[in-house]
Ligand binder design. Structure first.
Ligand code: 7RM
Length: 656
């Protein structure tokens, strides 16, 4: 049996708790770790507010807070009365220190270019771009949408927004024009910052075209700033009096912009994420709490030291990029590696070449990427010198023990601790993860909540379950970097996260705890699919499908997938007279890709005459999941017509 086959045969849920291997921190690692005294856990638990107040001291405050926490469930305010600026914390305080000439960002473009921005460079770029935004009329509180490839200017734009107090809404460059438009309209941005395009697997992906398409129906937008990433400005269609070139505006901009003293509870950014309905949620994060969360976790979990070269492979368009490419590491004065393109371009050793070239010491990536590396084979990492690495991390989905062991062996050379970090867009920063100098790891477990976090696994009624029993993950007390609301939809904030249980945060994940109190995350329990660590709502894909003229109705589910963790499978009924051909299947996949973005394309579409529904008309996706996974069908007694599911089942032959 190959590793991949073995992984498939073991149910990830049942197999997990049988994992007994324990990896203790080495004496060597423990001795040098930023945090190595286990007493920190008890101390934090004894007085969580005092603990977080102590952590907030890691930041520079223009004015200290008067009160640590106001908890009026489900509304929290942290560090009340405090004034600070996130860009000042990430840039100015290092610029004013021994770090001025230290590289802040080491960037590599996919075609191979390199740029190094010191903290001094970053300081001037951020200051100038802050003035550019101001000159375009952006004021404190105005939302700025950013739609860019992974170039340093993306980080610069983010920090410039933070500097002037304009909340940013970064939209991942892989999202479609429609998705971009929806996000612009939801938060009513006046400004969009974009680029002509970006490089991905040897292709130039045109972003500006998507912006033009999106803006056909986004009346709030007044100005667009375009960064030139491609070869030829003349190829880009610029709208008069609306579109401006980044470099031309920067040339004229003043080199200093006073950082806006932000209230601790002022919005720093919003970031859209998928939920159970078709409409993405604008997750709101505020300044003081968020910055405290990301700064503390980066220091403690990634064990950041002055000489580290830190690389988180996430795109800034996702929360992992916000917290652990930009705000967390830069707030700690670290050197961050940023890479524009794909892991297999020009060859499957690209990541390892980058690790070798820049002597990366800390490497943070996703289980789906690790499973791809596994499949590609060890020859690729073997080609490169990975001896600089000292700490590894994973995020985005549960990691199967086989992938964990592979990462440990072939990338970490059996000497690097692995931090499996559980968190969400909503949590802002990591909540469950080992502190690498203290906590022994078990492959597949995110281990225990970090100091200052109170989490548990409970049943449907909110009662803690016995060790080894499945249940729902909950967070039992507020934490500084928690979301404050959903932009423009407070009711949805309450309903989604605070209605299942009284005064406990419900993240939407299933979990188990073992006898040692270790948490084993079991995936989403709602209608959210986790494809390669990215969240896609079933309803979003369903809406995109029924938007096609041939489709009458659709039901979308997540099916387990060797590399992606989960993939999207759709069951579709067609309009009268339309035939379900392979060509139509292809066309529908492309349609979803165009409506939402490539990550949302279904792996497989099944045409069925009917969908299984309850008597009240609700589609029973649970049964479709059973069919897709090849499981025995669950309870079918509530079906309006039980023969429907039998017909789909006999039609569904798992040939692929
Ligand atoms: C950071 C991020 C959040 C969802 C979350 C989980 C899943 C993330 C882990 C994980 C098991 C992990 N934000 N998830 N990390 N599951 N172990 N270490 O991914 O908002 O995009 O997704 O991702 O289901 O609810 S996210």
């Amino acid at each position: 049996m190959t590793a991949m086959e073995k992984q498939k045969s073991e149910s990830p849920i049942e197999g997990l708790l049988e994992e007994k291997r324990l990896f203790k921190p080495s004496d060597e690692f423990r001795a040098q770790a930023n945090v190595n005294d286990p007493k920190i856990y008890e101390e934090a638990a004894k007085d969580r507010e005092a603990y977080w107040a102590k952590q907030a001291e890691r930041l520079h405050w223009f004015k200290k807070w008067d009160k640590v926490l106001e908890w009026d469930p489900p509304f929290a305010k942290w560090f009340i009365g405090g004034k600070l600026n996130a860009s000042y914390n990430c840039v100015d305080r290092h610029f004013k220190s021994h770090r001025r000439q230290k590289p802040a960002i080491i960037w590599e473009g996919e075609p191979g270019e390199q740029r190094v921005l010191t903290y001094e460079d970053l300081y001037y770029e951020v200051n100038k771009f802050s003035n550019v935004l101001k000159n375009l009329g952006v004021k404190k509180g105005d939302r700025v949408t950013i739609y860019m490839p992974m170039v340093p200017e993306l980080a610069i734009a983010v920090l410039a927004c933070a500097r002037i107090g304009a909340p940013h809404s970064v939209v991942f460059g892989g999202f479609s024009a429609d998705s971009l438009r929806e996000r612009i309209n939801d938060c009513q941005s006046k400004i969009v910052v974009t680029a002509d395009g970006g490089y991905r697997r040897g292709n130039f992906i045109p972003l500006k075209d998507n912006v033009d398409e999106a803006l056909k129906n986004a009346p709030s937008v007044e100005k667009v700033v375009v960064f030139q990433r491609g070869e030829d400005k003349k190829k880009v269609n610029m709208h008069k009096d609306r579109d401006y070139w980044w470099d031309e505006l920067m040339e004229k901009a003043e080199t200093y912009c006073e950082p806006e003293p932000m209230d601790s509870e002022d919005m720093l950014f919003l970031l859209y994420t998928s939920g159970t309905t078709g409409k993405p949620k604008g997750i709101v994060h505020t300044t003081g709490g968020y910055m405290t969360g990301v700064t503390t976790t980066t220091y403690m979990i990634f064990d950041i030291k002055e000489d580290d070269i830190y690389w988180c492979t996430a795109d800034i368009g996702w929360i992992t990029g916000h917290s652990y490419v930009v705000y967390g590491p830069l707030s700690n004065g670290a050197t961050v590696v940023m890479y524009e393109g794909g892991p297999d371009y020009p060859d499957k050793d690209r990541f390892w070449r980058i690790v070798e070239k820049y002597r990366v010491t800390i490497f943070y990536t996703a289980p789906t990427a690790i499973r791809s590396f596994m499949r590609w084979g060890i020859e690729y990492p073997r080609r490169c010198d990975l001896s600089s690495l000292r700490l590894l991390g994973t995020v985005g989905e549960p990691i199967n023990p086989e992938a964990w062991i592979w990462f440990h062996k072939y990338i970490g050379n059996e000497k690097c601790p692995i931090v499996d970090t559980w968190w969400q867009t909503e949590t802002g920063s990591i909540l469950i993860s080992p502190l690498p100098g203290i906590v022994a790891t078990k492959p597949g477990s995110a281990t225990i909540p970090i100091p200052g976090i109170e989490a548990d696994v409970v049943d449907n009624y909110g009662n803690p379950v016995e060790p080894g029993q499945g249940g729902y993950l909950v967070i039992k007390s507020p934490w500084p970097s928690m979301l404050r609301t959903i932009y423009g939809d407070e009711k949805r904030y309450i309903d989604t996260y605070w209605s299942k249980y009284k005064n406990m945060y419900f993240p939407g994940d299933g979990a188990k705890k073992d006898e040692d109190g270790y948490f084993w995350l079991l995936g989403r329990v709602d209608d959210v699919i986790n494809v390669s660590g990215h969240r896609i709502g079933t309803m979003e894909v369903e809406s995109a499908l029924v938007d096609h003229p041939s489709v009458a109705e659709s039901a979308v589910i997540g099916k387990s997938h060797d590399i992606k963790g989960q993939c999207i499978v759709a069951f579709v009924t067609l309009k009268e007279g339309v035939k379900g051909t392979p060509e139509l299947e292809n066309e529908l996949k492309l349609h979803v890709g165009k409506k939402i973005g490539a990550i949302a394309k279904p792996e497989k579409i099944y045409f069925t005459a009917e969908l299984p529904k309850t008597r009240s008309g609700k589609i029973m996706r649970r049964l479709l999941r059973d069919i897709a996974e090849g499981r025995i069908l669950g309870d079918t007694t509530t079906l309006a017509d039980p023969t429907v599911i039998e017909r789909i089942k006999s039609q569904y032959t798992d040939k692929e």
